[in-house]
Design a protein around this ligand. Sequence first.
Ligand code: SAM
Length: 205
Amino acid sequence: MTTKTYIVEHLDDELGPWSELEYITIAKESNQAGAKFCLSSVPPSLALPQALQEVPGFTAETRSVEIIYAESKSRVCLLDPSAKKELSPEDGEVFDTYLFGGILGDDPPRDRTSELRKKGFEGRRLGPKQMTTDTAVRVTRFVVQDKLPLDEIPYIDYPELRINKNESTEMPFRYVKGSDGQCIMPEGMIELIKKDSEKGFGDLF
Ligand code: SAM
């Protein structure tokens, strides 16, 4: 099997703490699965966190994905919530590079993945529900590397997170259910959500 590359095109000017935790997790999991992780379109002025840069197999690119893959676009599959076809294990034989939008989830979704769709990459959907970027990469890996069909992956939709003894909040995303029955989330994410929830939820996601 050819080595898979997961590439996240960073679509924001900054890299906030949520994205940082997501990217570190994607980098570590990709490395453990024998795959590569590339963050593309990184503004030259953006200093990437050390914890991300030191994950083996991680690379950062200032070029955008359509420049990097100008001569080999057909190798790249865009994971696109509006695509007509669902990702299947057979797609693992068709593509070796999987492209994701480096954007935080929003509710309702603003379809910023369209910025990548316009570039003409072939798209596949991961089911009808919005996932966080690290979840989308994890699910893609299960499908194309572990050959698990989308509908056999255990999910948790819109989990309720307890912030303190009086408050809880619903996360508007689909997650993968871990072997402990809990959502798989980046290390440190629950603490960050709790901390941010004190600031109000308007611009949280
Ligand atoms: N609200 C977002 C938008 O504006 O498009 C979705 C962003 S989502 C948090 C980040 C990335 O994960 C998307 O750009 C896409 O590549 C991938 N993704 C998330 N859910 C997906 C789904 N159900 N199908 C395909 N890709 C998905």
